[in-house]
Every structure is written in C-alpha cells, then in structure tokens.
Design a binder for this molecule. Structure first.
Ligand code: AP5
Ligand code: MG
Length: 281
C-alpha cells in the first residue's frame, strides 16, 4: 500500500498513519516528524528549519523533497508507505510524481481528511494537554497564533493539491469529523475497495468489533450509513486496477456522488431519527 494522507493541521493525519502502520506493518513517512528530529539533533537541515516551523510557514520544497527522496531509497519502503504531511505544495507533488516514476512505484491513493476548521484548535489544544500530561515536550507550533498561520499556509499552498490529485483520479475524501475509530474504519474500507489492501486485512479487528457491540444504537446507525460513502468514493476515485473482484464489484454498484456528502447525510438522518424518537416520547 502506498498512500498519501492529506489534511489541515490537526486533521488526524498522524493519528491515522499510526493506526495504519499498526495494522499493515508499513512505514509512516512524516516530514513534520523528520524535521522535528532534525531540529532536536541540530543537524544542518534542522537548524534553518526550526524558525520556519515555529512561525507556521513551510520549509523550502527542495529540503523536504530531498529528505523524502533519500527515504524512499531505503529497503524498508518495499512493503509500502504512508506519506503524512508530504507533499504540501504543487511543486512537491510534481517532484514526488517524478521520484515515484523513476523508482517504478505506483501511488494507490491520496486520502484527504476533511475537517471543519472550527474543530482544529480544540484538537490541537487537546494534544497539548495530553502531551503535557505525559510529561512530553509540547510542539512549539501548537499555539493558537501559530496554528492560524499553519492553517493559512494550508489553504494557500496545500489545498490546491486536492484539485491536483482529483484530476489524476487519486483523491478519496473521508469525513474527518467522525470519531477516530470511524475515520479508521472508513479509511480501511476505502483501501480495500480500491484494492490497495486485502479486504480481509482491512476488516475490523476483534477489539473494534467488541467496541462496536457496546456502542449505542444511534451511533451504530450513523456508522452504518456513514460507511456508504467510501464505496462511492472508490468509484469516484477509481484508481484500482488490481483490486479484488469483490471490492471492484461493490464499488461499481454505487453512484458517483462524493463520499463525504453521503456521510454527512447519513449522520443527519441518524440524528433526525433521534429527534423524532424524542418528540414521540
Ligand atoms: P506536521 O508535523 O506535518 O504538522 P501538521 O500538518 O500541521 O499537522 P499536525 O501534526 O499538527 O496534525 P495531524 O493532522 O497529524 O493531526 P494529529 O493526528 O496529530 O508539520 C509541522 C511543520 O513542519 C509544518 O508547519 C512545516 O513548517 C513543516 N513541514 C512538515 N512537512 C512539510 C512539507 N512537506 N513541506 C514543507 N514544510 C513541512 O491529531 C491532532 C489531535 O487531534 C490529536 O490530539 C488527536 O488525538 C486528535 N484527533 C485526531 N483525529 C481525531 C478525530 N477524528 N476526532 C477527534 N480528535 C482527533
Ligand atoms: Mg502530524
């Protein structure tokens, strides 16, 4: 599996990348993490990057492209990878296309985590609190001021990648406003539907099933309805050529509507039912 996770700061790229690493045993390539390690080690890459990152701006394209190019040459890349936070600009995406072409590597999909901007500050503040509670050093860019600059960088420089990958039929959008578990399930379902992973490997694990059983009925319904978009998204993205027959068949059955719209509708439908039920009481 070779995928890119795309989304604004705090959208859950790192969280979902870690869960995918655990499930599929592939490598997470986070340029943010690599740069923070370089800063901590005071390397020639880290020193100039420190102030840029602290300001919420992006490190120059050539720096991150070179980091990724070197990393893709490592032997542990052969089983697949998740790019988290790279590419972040159109020139980075074009450079990645060239790199992958030269290395004869095919990208499976770009998974966009779509999250309302209003939720991001809260998430970042939660992360700060959690890191403090664990006694870890808090990220220097996790302040409301720097977050708004990171968001501005995202809107101007990174958001154009949505169009870039949509045009190349690689983009699959997931509603990142759902719970972490639901987002994970959606990503796994999409990856299975496009044939990037075996459907069996993407199926919910026992612990997830147990958690699902204890979930409230309304949440269950919302999850069920929200599950539909991925198949539609798979159709829209339609990047799979090697997928399992079953996954392809399922994908073919669905309409062309974008996944996120249906996800939202599913959630709305579920909440309407609750309101109706309450009104009856
Ligand atoms: P980077 O480290 O990549 O930061 P970012 O993109 O700003 O994203 P974050 O790591 O803050 O958020 P995330 O999406 O990973 O969310 P997370 O899973 O942690 O980049 C930092 C800097 O490095 C950049 O500003 C730039 O300067 C530089 N840089 C990096 N790459 C670069 C590149 N390619 N080019 C140039 N410069 C580059 O989740 C956040 C919180 O939300 C957590 O507490 C989590 O538990 C919670 N959460 C996650 N999902 C959910 C959910 N569904 N519901 C509720 N809470 C959730
Ligand atoms: Mg991250």
């Amino acid at each position: 599996m070779r995928i890119i996770l795309l989304g604004p700061p705090g959208s859950g790229k790192g969280t979902q990348a870690q869960l995918l690493v655990q499930r599929y045993g592939i490598v997470q390539l986070s340029t943010g993490e690599m740069l923070r390690a370089a800063v901590a080690a005071g390397t020639p890459v880290g020193l100039p990057a420190q102030d840029i990152m602290a300001s919420g701006a992006l490190v120059p394209d050539e720096v991150v492209i070179s980091i990724i190019s070197d990393r893709l040459d490592q032997p542990d890349m052969k089983n697949g990878f998740i790019l988290d936070g790279f590419p972040r600009t159109v020139p980075q995406a074009a450079a990645l296309d060239d790199l992958l072409k030269k290395k004869h590597i095919k990208l499976d999909a770009v998974v966009e985590l779509r999250v309302n901007e209003s939720a991001l500050l809260n998430r970042v503040e939660t992360r700060v609190a959690e890191m403090r509670a664990r006694g870890e050093e808090v990220r220097i860019d996790d302040t409301p001021e720097v977050l708004s600059k990171r968001l501005a960088s995202y809107r101007t420089l990174t958001e154009p990648l949505i169009h870039y990958y949509s045009e190349r039929r690689k983009l699959l959008t997931v509603d990142g406003m759902m719970t972490i578990e639901h987002v994970t399930r959606e990503i796994n379902r999409i990856l299975a539907a496009i044939g990037a992973v075996e459907p069996k490997a993407a199926a919910p694990k026992r612990a997830e099933m147990a958690a699902r059983k204890t979930a409230k009925p309304v949440a269950k319904k919302a999850a069920k309805t929200a599950g539909k978009p991925t198949r539609a998204a798979a159709k829209a993205g339609k990047v799979a050529s090697k997928g399992s027959k079953k996954a392809k068949k399922t994908a073919r059955k669905t309409g062309k509507k974008a996944g996120r719209t249906i996800a939202k509708r599913g959630a709305k439908k579920a909440s309407k039912k609750v309101t109706k039920r309450r009104a009856k009481r």
